[in-house]
Structures are given as C-alpha cells and as structure tokens.
Design a protein. Sequence first.
Length: 341
Amino acid sequence: MTLILKDISKRYGLTEALTKVNATIEDGEFISILGPSGCGKTTLLRIMAGFLNPSEGELYENDRLISSASIQKPVMRKNFGMVFQSLALWPHMSVTQHLDYVLKAKHLHLTSAQRQFRIEETLEKCDLLSLKNRLPGELSGGQQQRVALARAMVGNPGILLMDEPLSALDAHLRISMRKEIMRIHQLTEATIIYITHDQQEALAMSNRIMVMNQGKVQQFASAEAVYTQPLNPFVAAFVGKYNLFSGQWHGDGFQVAQSDFCFQVSCPNDVFRTLGLCPLRPDQLDFGSQGVAGEIVFREFMGQYQLYEVKCDQGNFRVEIEITRVFLAGEKVFLSLRSNL
Ligand code: ATP
C-alpha cells in the first residue's frame, strides 16, 4: 500500500504547524521523520493515523482518499498500528491482555483460538513469550517497550507509526531496541514511519529520512543523501553537524570571509552558492600548516577521536582529530581540509 501526502497543511489557530507537505511513501519502507522540537512531526503523524484532519491537502492510501479538510468523519483504518512516546501501557493488564484487547477492538471477527494464535505468534516475534502473564509494572523498560511494539503489531498492520518510541530509554537500551525494531521491520515487511529528533537514530534505521523544520519538509531522501548531500544549511547543520563557513564561491574554490584562506572544494548546490556558505563536517577538517586561523577553546575525548572546538574570526567550528594529537585550550591552529577527502 502506498501512502500519498498531497499539499498537507495544518493550522492550530494562528500557528501554522505544517505547510504543504508532499510525499509518497512506498509499501515496506522505513521512513524517519526527523526535526527539532515543534517542527510538526507529531502533527504529521497524527494526520497519517487519522487522529487529526489537515486544514488543507489530502492523504491517500493508494488511490483511496482517506483524509482531507472536508472529510469530517475519520476513515476507519484497521491497517495502522501505533507506538506512542509514553508507551501508554495499561497497568492492570497482562502482556497477553494488552494484545487481546487490541484484536477485539479492531473488530477483526477472529475466533478466540485465532486470537490466541495471533497473540502467541506476535509475542514470539517480540521475544515476549516467557513474559506473557506479567503486568507492565513487573517488566523492565526495554521489555515494556517490546510490549508496546507487540501491541501495535498484533493486528498485522500494513503501516506502523512510531512517535519517538525510544526517547524514554537509556543510551544502551536505545541501541538494542533500534536493532529490535529493524529486525521486526524485516520480519513483518510493514511500512514503518518513525518520528525522532535524534539524527543518529534516523540515519541508522531508515531507508529514507524526511527532514523537517518549521512545518516544512527540508529534504526527503536516503540517509546517505541527507548526510553527504544536504540540500540546504538547515539539513547540513541538523543532520550532519556541518560547520558553515561564510565567504564567496569562485568555481571550485571557497574564499573564506575574514581570512585569506580558500578551501579547494566543490559547491554542493546553488543554495549554498547564493548564500555564500561552505558546509564542512568536523571529520572533513584537519589542523594544517595553513588554513583558517583560530584558537582551541575546548576539547572532548570521544573515544575514536578528539573533538575540538576552535574559535575563529567568523565564529566557533568543530574539528575531529586523531586521538594521539592532543592540543590544549589556547593553542593557535589553522583549519584546513583533511588531505584524504
Ligand atoms: P516535539 O518534538 O516537541 O514533540 P513536534 O515536532 O512533534 O514537536 P508538533 O507537536 O507537531 O511538533 O507541533 C507543531 C507546532 O504546532 C508547535 O508549534 C506546537 O506548539 C503546535 N501545536 C501542536 N498541537 C497543538 C494544539 N493542539 N493546539 C495549538 N498548537 C499546537
């Protein structure tokens, strides 16, 4: 099933939460919607789930119109499963009862034996069989997370919508749950639409990433493309943590403002050319014998590299350097391009 969003806008009073969002999401894709707080991610997900109507625009499942400003009655969608940020588990229900409740509420007309089979099958996929009689209060954070996932999956939905499902977990658990969600994606072949404000999570998990800011789609492309070929300064800074140098482009050279140094690098696109900005990631920079002059203000040991913050005339820039090269705050350096680029 293909989900098509056509010029979707949403206003809450004077707040324009979404502006003309267009996208086609193919069957079986894993899409992340990535953006800072308040950019409209949850609003978009709620429209896709049928909890909210757009103020303008239309949402289609294949060629069936399922939501628009004029469709007041939500279209019944048995085909969706949802995992909320808060998990929203019911404290008095066992793991099995959570799944059974959903199957009954969906009016799938299953017999008790068929429901039982579906529940066992889903619990097995989510590695919860041995915990099936426990209450949420008797489970760890990761196990509760798996129950929320199992509950969303038990109706065999074609589309799983997930609203920051890992945000309440600690760093270790988040990484293992990422893998779990990816495994379940492969197993079920359901389309997953996954909201996050964590770019690492989006890059690691998805086929395509929709990067949003202030209610507008900034770029909708593969993880590799949004990371290595950002369309504009927002995507560059938000996803790839690029430094943005200002200056002027001259062919394949960038003359840095307030410096006599020129980076020999090709311009990513006309947006950066017109704005006079050169995006360079911390791993694309080095300290050389010449370059943009600056002074070390901060060093963080990151394990695989040292992350330095360097104060230059234009502002502060970040550079990743091998762990063996240690510089102290106050040392003068020159920012240049890494030679193996
Ligand atoms: P977060 O990451 O913080 O959850 P988000 O990207 O999901 O944010 P939304 O919750 O979609 O953002 O909100 C988008 C904008 O719409 C925000 O400016 C928010 O304040 C506003 N908004 C959301 N819901 C309502 C509402 N019910 N009434 C009024 N304004 C709202």
